[in-house]
Design a protein around this ligand. Structure first.
Ligand code: ZN
Length: 189
């Protein structure tokens, strides 16, 4: 039932002079979603955020397995490797699905130390904390009338898997005294 999300550098864009890659580091976005089979432990890519949120919302009650995908079984080879070609983050189980009219997104800090969750409203406003959501819901009573509650929002962020952070970023970081093993993340709930 474990899940992962991936951060991938967006395509680096050269400016008109050519060669300016300055922005690349700030432009990481979640681009892939993967779920681990509860039976064979293989990782499978999930094609849409919506499908991923559905699986995550019920991950403790309904552990996901390969058979949940119509065209897959546990015998099929895994279609994704969790390695340092991409930055991966371990998501929390059972997070509420994004309420109608809001899209949950996240950004990764430049040093890859952590992710920050936000909710984007239909008119493009980004809410970055429970307090901001509360204020927004109070200012826009239509959402509450539609049954949307503060408990439909969660700012619990996935944790970046340290062994998938690119070498050049790791070496820029100041020496850290503690280094956690992957298992600490996986069982951290
Ligand atoms: Zn399987």
């Amino acid at each position: 039932m474990m899940m992962m999300m991936e951060e991938e550098e967006q395509q680096q864009q050269l400016d008109s002079q050519g060669g300016n890659l300055k922005t690349a580091e700030n432009n990481r976005e979640v681009s892939l979603y993967a779920v681990q089979c509860s039976k064979c432990n293989k990782w499978r890519l999930i094609s849409t955020l919506e499908e991923y949120e559905d699986i995550r919302e019920a991950s403790l009650q309904n552990p996901w397995s390969c058979g949940n995908k119509d065209d897959k079984s546990c015998e099929d080879p895994s279609n994704i490797d969790i390695d340092s070609t991409r930055i991966w983050a371990m998501d929390k189980p059972n997070l509420p699905k994004s309420p109608a009219g809001f899209e949950r997104g996240m950004t990764i800090r430049r040093d890859c130390s952590r992710l920050d969750v936000y909710y984007e409203t239909s008119n493009g406003k980004k809410l970055r904390s429970t307090t901001e959501v509360q204020k927004f819901l109070e200012a826009n009573p239509g959402y509450k009338a539609a049954g949307i509650m503060i408990s439909d929002f969660s700012f619990r962020a996935p944790r970046v898997l340290e062994n998938t952070i690119p070498e050049e970023i790791v070496s820029k970081k100041k020496t850290k005294t503690s280094s956690m093993a992957v298992d600490d993340y996986i069982y951290d709930y």
